[in-house]
Design a protein around this ligand. Structure first.
Ligand code: OAD
Length: 244
């Protein structure tokens, strides 16, 4: 005998949110491409590539040490907090290109970091994936993993494999709604995720300088606002529309 109820079982819609540096801008973290293509005064390739690390490891470690210190002083903003409300009403996954932990601190449940995490370190050699550990402190040359290899930040640098990509594609393919926030859509493969949604999936694109136009995708709504000004409203609208 099976237990059943006459109440209809509503299946939660799946929302996928792709976030970029823009969502954290109003928390005080600079984006990558808004300041003459420099990231906090550095060429991105100098501080975010294996070649950059080989050429000047001290500079790269110091750069991420500064970013980590800065991260520990900022807070999630109203856009991060609004996204966390989605979990109550939708099967939500946040796929972020950001290495900050502001979605975690805003209490979103399912977060995938495509480009790594600033508050983690890993080894430069051996079984690198198994070596990933929490890291809130500075990393210096001479700081070693338990197997005796130099530690580095757990960041996916340009030219490195994006280990979470397959999983991110699988999740995006199942989305009923896609929300994209604060990304220039210039970095692949992250920017290609939008091509994996089912035909006619509603796509919301929130960015004060959107890099897409009305006809870029079917069923696209562009909201040319900052994350703090644009995200809470769209989240409330989605919750009102779909909550039953
Ligand atoms: P970008 O710096 O390329 O783009 C930032 C986007 O945020 C731009 O489209 C801005 O218009 C937008 N923006 C600025 N202020 C905003 C605000 N207040 N609210 C909403 N949007 C705002 O950053 P990403 O697209 O995230 O990779 O860059 C992708 C990747 O390139 C990063 O993950 C990083 C970088 O190099 C690695 O570190 C591997």
């Amino acid at each position: 005998m099976y237990i059943f109820t006459t109440t209809s079982i509503s299946i939660m819609k799946k929302i996928v949110v792709l976030t970029g540096a823009g969502i954290s801008a109003e928390s005080g973290i600079k984006t990558f491409r808004d300041a003459d293509g420099l990231w906090e005064g550095h060429d991105v390739m100098e501080v975010a590539s294996p070649q950059g690390f080989t050429n000047n490891p001290e500079l790269v470690l110091d750069f991420y040490n500064q970013r980590r210190k800065q991260l520990l002083q900022v807070l999630p903003n109203k856009a991060h907090l609004a996204l966390a409300k989605l979990d109550t009403y939708f099967d939500t996954t946040i796929i972020t290109q950001n290495v900050d932990d502001l979605h975690e601190r805003a209490n979103s449940k399912n977060i995938m970091h495509l480009h790594g995490e600033l508050l983690k370190a890993k080894s430069t050699k051996g079984d690198i994936d198994k070596s990933i550990t929490d890291c809130e402190n500075d990393i210096f040359m001479g700081d070693l993993c338990p197997n005796g290899h130099q530690l580095r930040p757990h960041i996916v640098w340009f030219g490195e494999e994006v280990p979470m990509l397959e999983k991110a594609i699988e999740i995006t393919e199942k989305a009923d709604i896609l929300i994209i926030i604060g990304t220039s859509m210039q970095v692949y493969p992250a920017a290609s995720l939008v091509n994996f949604v089912k035909p006619n999936t509603p796509i919301y694109f929130i960015d004060p300088k959107p890099s897409v136009s009305k006809n870029s995708f079917n069923n696209l709504t562009i909201i040319s606002k900052t994350a703090v000004n644009g995200v809470p409203g769209i989240i409330d609208d989605l919750i009102k529309t779909y909550k039953n």
